[in-house]
Write a protein that binds this ligand. Structure first.
Ligand code: PBG
Ligand code: ZN
Length: 326
């Protein structure tokens, strides 16, 4: 009978040695908290499709932002639900739109917190598509101008980083030009470079009232069957000047996240989206899983796959846990 010489278990004997050799970890520095901003005053209304997440009026968002900042979280990403929608998404680039107001107030209440703004039209258009609709199609090039205007208006309001999520071709370049032409050459672009047409966005669309009224987003978001195309998308955005790239959704696309990080070595984010959140919440509520352990294991899997940071609805809750762990 021969015994093994190689025993990986030697390095798993106790908590301390496991801690010593651990390859990856989740830190508060890795987290970005999404916030939903709505019209009104003193509004804090739980979102039906995303229990534990809230619609916040500007004043409440500013209050929440300062709490988030004091937890040590580096950034929030803002989504806006406008007072009114129209077919060109005017409120997305209105000087006094919901996001523009929220950015200003948040920068006042939490000056060190990075404010990232989601740049898209779907929350602001009455048809719910991410761009201008012509002949039942989302028209690429006319949309670029509006996205650039939106990003510029966010920068003027004081946003630290703009994050286009529309998946139009050429939008990173168009936004970079608009920012640079107007003195905002220091504002980084976090591009949703690799964004799949995913059913995992369902709860968000309910929260933002941004579901398309006709058709779907398959004409602009990526086919979940494709991996090589993700490399092409990331490459184009990098060439157009994206400072950071994102893969979205998270858990079902870890292979893509890993490929993109390995291939380009760029700052790469991942978005744990609303459907991923909703599923964990539902299973947790039914006591089918150890909710906290599942959340931490999932976030760790993003880091292991190569994410530099994570957009997650769990950011502030996890920050609280991390500050208590010895
Ligand atoms: C807007 C946008 C969406 C998400 C982020 N930005 C929805 C969509 O593309 O339909 C999804 C976020 C989530 O599901 O948590 N384009
Ligand atoms: Zn959109």
């Amino acid at each position: 009978m021969s015994f093994p010489i190689n025993r990986p278990r030697r390095l798993r004997q106790n908590r301390t040695i496991r801690r010593l050799i651990r390859e990856n970890s989740v830190s508060v520095d890795d987290l970005v908290q999404p916030l939903f901003v709505v019209p009104g005053n003193n509004v804090k209304a739980e979102i039906g499709s995303m229990p534990g997440q809230y619609h916040l009026s500007v004043d409440q968002a500013a209050k929440e932002a300062s709490r988030i900042s004091s937890l040590g979280i580096p950034a929030v990403i803002l989504f806006g639900i406008p007072e009114k929608k129209d077919n060109v998404g005017s409120e997305a680039y209105a000087e006094n739109g919901i996001i523009q107001k929220a950015v200003k107030e948040i920068k006042k209440s939490a000056p060190d917190l990075l404010v990232i703004t989601d740049v898209c039209l779907c929350e602001y258009t009455d048809h719910g598509h991410c761009g201008v609709v012509k002949d039942k199609q989302v028209a690429n090039d006319p949309t670029l101008e509006l996205l650039a205007k939106t990003a510029l208006s966010h920068a003027r309001a004081g946003a630290d980083i703009v994050a286009p999520s529309d998946m139009m071709d050429g939008r990173v370049g168009a936004i970079r030009n608009a920012l640079d032409d107007n003195g905002f050459n220091n504002i980084p672009i976090l591009s949703y470079a690799v964004k799949y047409a995913s059913a995992y966005y369902g709860p968000f669309r309910n929260a933002a009232g941004s579901a398309p009224r006709f058709g779907d987003r398959k004409g602009y978001q990526m086919d979940p069957a494709n991996a090589f195309e993700a490399i092409r998308e990331a490459e184009l955005d990098i060439d157009e000047g994206a400072d950071m790239i994102m893969v979205k959704p998270g858990i079902a696309y870890l292979d893509i996240l890993n490929k993109i990080k390995q291939k380009f070595g760029r700052v790469t984010a991942v978005y744990q989206v609303s459907g991923e959140y909703a599923m964990i919440e539902a299973a947790g509520k039914m006591n089918l899983i150890d909710r906290k352990a599942i959340i931490m294991e999932t976030l760790l899997s993003f880091k292991r796959a190569g994410a530099d940071f994570i957009l997650t609805y769990y950011a502030s809750e996890v920050a609280g846990w991390l500050s208590k762990i010895s």
